[in-house]
Ligand binder design. Structure first.
Ligand SMILES: N[C@@H](CCC(=O)N[C@@H](CS)C(=O)NCC(=O)O)C(=O)O
Length: 448
């Protein structure tokens, strides 16, 4: 157990985020620095420099102050977030020291001299503000496209690098969802849909995708077994993925007997409410080797849009935006569906994976269900889909999902997917969906 002595400031948050990220059990002891509790002898015995954060590790009695030392200690204790290869480990230390000795103190001093210094000092204000502006002087932007936010951010970053506007771009997807109850999360997510119509009558995404599934069943004979086959396969893959949210194998019987959520969808047809983050770095190909010995090439990418509300679409058994993005991405890459060896598809619901496989031309319209049931999309099938476990088992932290899919495809291309490593892995596709088909991003990746 880690005893954490802290307060809600940026240095305190560093320690809390690290403990959460590592999943270590910890207990918080608030030290109200606004009331000078940091000078109390009990706290000084733990942190002689009278600053939060500080920790005591009850496993060995070790006490530690300084946020940087705490991060390094926890990383080494768990072996997590602590690269084993020598140069990468020192790259981590380099940037940690930069935060501790550069960005952190300078931003703290700006805050102090500009907001709190009662005497005012033009010299200090200018000195620290100038340095802070230099540190902050990189462009940063947030993208919002519901569950396709990560993919949309990536698509725009690719355009900026390709246009020569930026050389290096970091695309980060992040979402924290589990602090809210399921009903509240469903309500918040519904806000990304058609609130004036669907949302107003209480139709959250499970209800919308249930209607899509019903219609697909009616038009093409898709069955509950077809949907369940997707769930069983993605759970099996997720169980092999150390980064998956849910690592639980389920049987066909379990999937078919799942608790109803919105008929015909059961709990096993719905993706997870997850916390998660993912990042990818973009560089022109001639600079990529500065950062990795295994660069990944973007062969094709497209982002498209469609109506938000289901009733405005002429066919709800297909996502027009996915079809259009797929066609454009194939054209850019100079390949067709048959060249795609594996894919990460946006299985927010099992029916969405089936429809995406059809929209992207992996199978004819209406054949996505039988294709999954026949095992063609399993790790050893003809075209593996969601080898990561997909949104169903790996998890669906919405803003992170589109970026995480690209990480999963890259991992396969690099041959680093361990137990999930596919035999054919030189060209893969990621498909990210926003809302009930309002936004789609399709990316085709290959080895550089
Ligand atoms: N270098 C230290 C700085 C810690 C620090 O400045 N803590 C502040 C809060 S963010 C504090 O405890 N201030 C109380 C004080 O200065 O009396 C670290 O990273 O842990």
């Amino acid at each position: 157990m880690i005893e954490l002595y802290t307060w809600s400031t940026p240095n305190g948050q560093k320690a809390s985020i690290m403990l959460e990220e590592l999943g270590l059990p910890y207990r918080v002891h608030p030290i109200d620095i606004g009331k000078d509790h940091q000078f109390h002898p009990d706290f000084l015995a733990i942190a002689p420099n009278n600053k939060i954060p500080a920790i005591i590790d009850t496993d060995n009695g070790l006490r530690l102050m300084e946020s940087g030392a705490i991060l390094l200690y926890l990383a080494e204790k768990t072996g997590m977030l602590w690269p084993q290869d020598f140069p990468t480990k020192w790259r981590v230390v380099e940037w940690l020291m930069w935060q501790m000795g550069g960005a952190g103190p300078f931003l703290g001093q700006v805050h102090h001299f500009v907001k709190f210094n009662p005497g005012k000092s033009a010299y200090a204000e200018e000195r620290y503000t100038k340095e802070a502006r230099r540190l902050w002087g990189v462009p940063a932007v947030r993208h919002e496209a519901a569950c396709a936010s990560g993919g949309a951010a990536f698509a725009h970053a690719v355009a900026a690098v390709a246009a020569g506007i930026h050389d290096l771009v970091l695309v980060v997807g992040v979402e924290k969802m589990t602090s809210q109850p399921t009903a509240r999360v469903a309500e918040i997510l519904a806000g990304a849909g058609d609130m004036s119509g669907e949302g107003r009558v209480g139709a959250t995404f499970p209800a919308l995708f249930a209607m899509i599934a019903r219609r697909h069943m009616y038009q093409y004979g898709t069955t509950r077994e077809h949907l369940a086959a997707v769930a069983v396969k993605n759970h099996a893959n997720g169980a092999k993925n150390p980064q998956a949210h849910m690592r639980k194998v389920i049987t066909m019987e379990q999937a078919l007997a799942g608790k109803p959520i919105s008929e015909p969808l059961t709990v096993y047809d719905c993706s997870l409410i997850s916390d998660g983050a993912a990042a990818v770095m973009l560089a022109p190909l001639d600079r990529a080797s500065e950062f990795t010995s295994k660069p990944i090439r973007i062969l094709g990418i497209a982002q498209t849009s469609d109506h938000v509300a289901l009733d405005e679409k002429d066919d709800i058994t297909a996502f027009r935006a996915v079809r259009a993005a797929g066609e454009k991405a194939y054209k850019m890459a100079g390949v067709g569906p048959n060249d795609i060896q594996f894919a990460e598809l946006h299985d927010c619901f099992t029916i969405a994976e089936i429809i995406a496989a059809e929209d992207l031309g992996f199978v004819k319209k209406g054949e996505g269900g039988p294709y999954a049931l026949a095992g063609c999309t399993s790790l050893t099938g003809a075209r593996p889909i969601n080898a990561s476990g997909g949104l169903k088992a790996k998890g669906h932290p919405v803003g992170a999902t589109g970026v995480a899919q690209l990480c999963d495809v890259s991992q396969q291309i690099r041959g680093e997917a361990e137990e999930r490593q596919l035999v054919r892995h030189s060209i893969g596709l990621a498909q990210n969906l926003g809302g009930s088909g309002a936004t789609a991003v399709v990316t085709i990746l290959g080895a550089a």
